[in-house]
Each structure stands twice: as C-alpha cells, then as structure tokens.
Design a protein around this ligand. Structure first.
Ligand SMILES: C[S@@+](CC[C@H](N)C(=O)[O-])C[C@H]1O[C@@H](n2cnc3c(N)ncnc32)[C@H](O)[C@@H]1O
Length: 263
C-alpha cells in the first residue's frame, strides 16, 4: 500500500484533480481505503480512477474503474505555461510526458512548418505554440473525435488558433495535404509509428527533422537504429541526431525518441 500511495499520477488544477492509480488484484479489498487515503492527503482530488487495462486499440485509451468520487473526470491540467482540458476516460493523455513536450518545443525555430501526427488533445502542438510564437504553422492530425473536441477547446483556451491548424482523420489520408511542406514531423505513436514513416518522409521538405517514438528494450536501442535503415526511403540521407529514453514502458523496456535529420 505504501508503494501505491507514492506512485500514482494526479492530473488537473487546484480547482479539481483526478488521481490515476494502479492497484493490484491482491489489494482488491483495500481499494476503497487506498482511494480514501489519496483523497484525504491530496485535497483537490475529486475522483480516483484505477487502471484496469493496458492502453488499447487505435485510440490508445485504457479502461478505468472509478474507485471513489465523481464519475465526471474532465479536468483542466496545468503544464509548463499552458492549460490542457482533458478527460482521461475519453482520450490519451500522459502528464509524465510534459518534459518531453518541452524538449521538442525548444528545438522548433522561427518560421518552421511543423506537423504533429497523432496529436491527441494537442498537447505537443500547444507546447510548441506557447514556446515559440514565431513558428510558421503547426498542423495537428488526430483520429479520435473526443480528442479532437478537446484539442479545439485547448487551442481556444491557450489562444493559439493563429498558429495551430487541426484536422480530424487518419494520418494516412489527411497528410497528403502536407506533402513536401514541413520542416519537422513529430510521431508520438510508439507501437506503430514505423508503419507511418513513409508518410512522415513525404511530408518533409528537401531537408527536415523527424521525432520518431518507439518502444525498445534496455541496452538494445541499436536494434531500432538498424531497423530504421530498412524502413527509410533509400533515396534520402539520414542522420540520427539523438536517441533518448522518454519514460519506462514495461520491465526493461522504454519509450524512446529518435531525432532523425533527413536531407
Ligand atoms: C499515444 S497517443 C498520443 C497523443 C498525443 N500526441 C499526446 O502525446 O498526448 C496516440 C494518438 O494517436 C491517435 N491515432 C492513432 N492512429 C491514428 C491515425 N492513423 N491517424 C490519426 N491519429 C491516430 C490516437 O487516437 C491517439 O490519440
């Protein structure tokens, strides 16, 4: 129980927060007590959600059990210098990736055309727009209708509508519109980004940068680099600028990001 009480996620702001917790089946009989403890020590937590599945399907959403509090789990999450409206029961969101969003945002230069594939509630797009108001344009593409609705609100709340242009639909179909137009493509869909790499390459201008997310075993990041060589368009040249751990994913596995320069 001690471990649980030190490792749950909290999203939201001081008006309303939601705690997201993992409780093993062994502690089933203790779950209400655990939720009570979380709510009493974190004053603004209004709901406690227990993870009951892995992230699943195209929308990468997990199932939750409401262990305590209000079933309305929509919150305004404050991160860096922006606010994200989100309901974790309806769309993907990870508060643990705020640092990674900043790392990407810091690389974007004035005038750049940026494409965020798999843009969810527009967390990456807004991080970039708030960091660099001189960015050319940020295109965001997302297939989950609920995520798109939150993204629209987030663009409005953060006053970045002049910088972020959102599309609802499948990256494979929608991105034809961006072929040859982008300086940078962000691909935050780790389990299947490789099947969209051809689209990302086509969206780049003659030179550009791809931020490619994937899952790799510890000490085997080199295998991802080898695999990439078999996936890329052989008519272009590539330089892997960095390979970084983003977050632990499973025992001895990590979500990693490769920053790939294409020219
Ligand atoms: C891992 S989540 C990342 C969301 C967001 N970028 C973030 O970091 O919060 C991947 C997102 O891609 C979306 N998605 C999956 N396949 C897609 C496709 N073919 N076209 C557009 N969006 C897709 C999912 O609905 C989900 O919101």
């Amino acid at each position: 129980m001690k471990n649980i009480l030190s490792s749950f996620d909290i999203i939201g702001s001081k008006e309303k927060k939601v705690a997201i917790v993992e409780i093993s089946p062994k502690l089933e009989s203790e779950k209400e007590k655990i939720a009570e403890q979380i709510m009493s020590t974190n004053k603004n937590v209004k709901s406690v959600l227990r993870k009951i599945s892995e992230r699943k399907g195209e929308h990468r959403i997990r199932e939750f059990e409401l262990v305590a509090g209000d079933n309305n789990t929509e919150v305004f999450h404050r991160e860096n210098n922006y606010i994200l409206k989100v309901d974790p029961q309806k769309t993907y969101f990870s508060s643990r990736e705020g640092t990674e969003r900043q790392r990407i945002a810091e690389q974007v230069k004035a005038g750049e055309m940026v494409l965020v594939m798999f843009s969810g509630i527009c967390a990456y797009a807004i991080a970039i727009a708030k960091k660099n108001s001189q960015v050319g344009k940020i295109f965001a593409v997302e297939i989950n209708h609920d995520a798109v609705e939150y993204a629209k609100e987030n663009i409005r709340i953060n006053k970045v509508a002049h910088l972020v242009s959102l599309r609802e639909g499948d990256v494979r179909k929608v991105c034809v519109e961006f072929f040859g137009k982008c300086d940078r493509v962000i691909m935050p869909l780790p389990l299947s980004a490789k099947t969209f790499l051809d689209i990302a390459e086509k969206c780049l201008k003659k030179t550009g940068m791809i931020h490619y997310y994937t899952i790799a075993e510890e000490n085997k990041f080199g295998e991802v680099e080898k695999e990439l060589k078999t996936l890329v368009d052989v008519r272009r040249r590539y330089k892997i600028k960095s390979v970084r751990k983003v977050l632990p994913y499973a025992p001895r596995k990590f979500k990693i990001c490769l920053d790939i320069e294409v020219f």
